[in-house]
Design a binder for this molecule. Structure first.
Ligand SMILES: [Zn+2]
Length: 137
């Protein structure tokens, strides 16, 4: 079976993540914030890990962060991503207190450092899925 971008696995929004994907589709990064205690959480979850409240609000993220870690992928974790290789996958610390994973431009990988400030944009990939893309701040 030949796999390409059209065969990439697609998000399957749940009750907890539907608002995230709706905002992402409009180019916005929104995060869950517990309406009980104010703790941010990401990935979207039904229950607050801090106070176990089910009450949630959705808040626009600042759209900035700092590099927590990164790797350069040379091997596809899924065959449909083979044409993307190599790519940089970075984990970013957000000022809201959560971490976000996404791609960073390969051409700028030699500038990556722990704590490096980045900006975040939600950009559709070749399969039409809006994903976080980081760039130098
Ligand atoms: Zn809470």
């Amino acid at each position: 079976m030949e796999l390409n971008a059209a065969n990439k696995p697609l998000p399957e929004p749940t009750d907890a993540s539907q608002a995230y994907w709706d905002a992402a589709g409009h180019g916005r990064l929104r995060l869950q914030r517990c309406a009980g205690c104010g703790t941010f959480r990401h990935y979207p979850q039904l229950v607050c890990a801090a106070c176990h409240s089910l009450a949630v609000a959705w808040v626009d993220a600042a759209g900035t962060g700092t590099v927590h870690s990164w790797t350069i992928a040379y091997h596809p974790f899924h065959p449909a991503f083979r044409d993307d290789l190599p790519y940089v996958l970075a984990t970013i610390d957000l000022p809201e207190g959560v971490r976000l994973m996404g791609r960073f431009p390969l051409e700028q990988a030699n500038q990556l450092r722990l704590g490096l400030p980045v900006r975040i944009a939600m950009v559709r990939n070749d399969a039409g899925v809006p994903l976080p893309i980081f760039s130098l701040a």
